[in-house]
Unconditional design. Structure first.
Length: 136
């Protein structure tokens, strides 16, 4: 177990598997935020860059004709993370990388979210439970 994981165990890091399937989609950078998008839980993220408008939202919101990557599940790092904390996301992602699981990460002001494809959810749960407490 790396230094980051030891540090997080000392912090009593807890991950929570959020309910529901999420979809990730990419729109052109000048696209408007879609009218069908709502603030439905468990997670909605809208990020605009010079290159794209990236959206993560519950799959049930996305119309059938929208190109997307459906079928993701999300883990939330429980509690508020201090901006001065080092290596939190890396320590959570290392077990997933070692298990060969790709991720999509979202950071907010308070915490981090890690999305994995639904078809590897059980494998991700096993990898994370070996290092952290995971609530469902």
């Amino acid at each position: 177990m790396g230094l980051g994981a030891c540090y997080l165990r000392q912090m009593n890091l807890v991950l929570r598997l959020l309910e529901g399937e999420l979809t990730i989609l990419r729109l052109p950078p000048d696209a408007s935020v879609p009218s069908w998008l709502s603030s439905e839980r468990p997670l909605v993220s809208v990020t605009r860059t010079a290159d794209e408008l990236s959206i993560v939202c519950p799959s049930n919101l996305v119309p059938d004709d929208v190109a997307c990557e459906a079928g993701s599940r999300a883990f939330r790092v429980e509690g508020k993370m201090d901006f001065s904390a080092v290596g939190i996301l890396a320590a959570v992602l290392n077990p997933l990388a070692q298990a060969g699981i790709s991720i999509f990460a979202i950071s907010t002001f308070d915490t981090d979210y890690i999305l994995v494809r639904g078809n590897v959810l059980e494998k991700a749960l096993a990898a994370l439970r070996a290092h952290f407490e995971v609530l469902q």
